[in-house]
Design a binder for this molecule. Structure first.
Ligand code: SF4
Length: 292
């Protein structure tokens, strides 16, 4: 791993994300090296030529001035890196950010694939109503290891449980959903009882990693090759439309709230998780209408 240290003016950036006004990415690059990582576009902005996952810039910023100005704002940690990838163990930059914002009334969302987040449980608990989101798109450790260097699925499940037991809101982020591989209902069955939200996001293939994933499917899942061609070469939305309909039916039958593109702090009136669909819903609905 190539590690550089970099001085930056601030670790907090304004965001265009629909779910948060600000993002915090304490690193450039990510040692989790997910094969499907959409954040590899960061290489273009930062002058990196190395393979995504093989370098990390550790950010150093001047102490956050007047942290109270973020009061009432939503901050998401980990939009183009994972704040708890392997380097965080040594450099503690995410921890430093949390310490600097401690006591401020921000809506904090942390998304990660690492059980290292448990190290900061006490700090995270100091925020008024934080949300911890753990990404799980398979229960198959072999497929997980083919895709990323992050924590094993068993540790991610344990992490969700721990945070839930500590009274912190938890999200199982089923992302990215791999057609024919990710079993959304199996994952929901596993996490039920210790998550407040289930977020769904489909696999989106663009840029350099499209070929990597399609080659992987041809090699490891040849039976799915045609399905992937259909979705990713011919842009057929049927798979997503059908999955959407299945989740909607499942939610109806099991009395879960199922919503589309909603903001993540939606109040949950029941003891069952809310399922929030963040995949191309408008397009799916539109294409659904058009195909009728
Ligand atoms: S954990 Fe997130 S940011 Fe890191 S490589 Fe994976 S997808 Fe990219």
């Amino acid at each position: 791993m190539l590690i550089n240290h970099k001085d930056v003016k601030s670790v907090i950036s304004k965001s265009n994300l629909p779910i948060a006004g600000f993002t915090v990415n304490p690193y450039v690059g990510c040692a989790h090296a997910c094969k499907y990582c959409y954040a590899d576009f960061m290489k273009r902005f930062t002058g990196h030529k190395e393979q995504w996952g093989s370098f990390v810039d550790v950010k150093h910023w001047p102490q956050i001035k007047n942290p109270q100005k973020y009061s009432g704002k939503t901050i998401i940690v980990g939009s183009v890196t994972d704040g708890y990838h392997q380097c965080e163990r040594e450099f503690e930059r995410t921890r430093e950010f949390l310490k600097e914002l401690k006591g401020v009334d921000v809506n904090l969302i942390i998304t990660t694939k690492s059980s290292l987040i448990l190290r900061d449980l006490d700090l995270i608990k100091k925020f008024p109503d934080p949300i911890v989101s753990i990404s799980i798109n398979t229960l198959d450790e072999e497929f997980k290891s083919d895709m990323d260097n992050a924590s094993p699925i068993s540790e991610r499940l344990e992490t969700l449980k721990r945070f839930h037991d500590e009274g912190i809101k938890t999200v199982c982020f089923i992302s990215p959903i791999f057609p024919g591989i990710t079993d959304v209902f199996e994952i929901i069955g596993e996490v039920i009882g210790y998550v407040d939200y289930i977020w769904l996001e489909n696999l989106n293939l663009r840029g350099g990693y499209k070929k990597v994933i399609l080659d992987y499917i041809s090699e490891k899942y040849p039976d799915l090759e045609m399905l992937y061609e259909d979705i990713y070469k011919f842009k057929n939305m049927d798979y997503w439309r059908e999955l959407d309909a299945k989740v909607e039916k499942f939610a109806l039958e099991n009395d879960y709230m199922y919503v589309i593109d909603e903001e993540p702090f939606l109040i949950n009136p029941s003891d069952k998780p809310i399922i929030i669909n963040y995949f191309y819903h408008e397009k799916i609905r539109q294409s659904s209408k058009n195909s009728k």
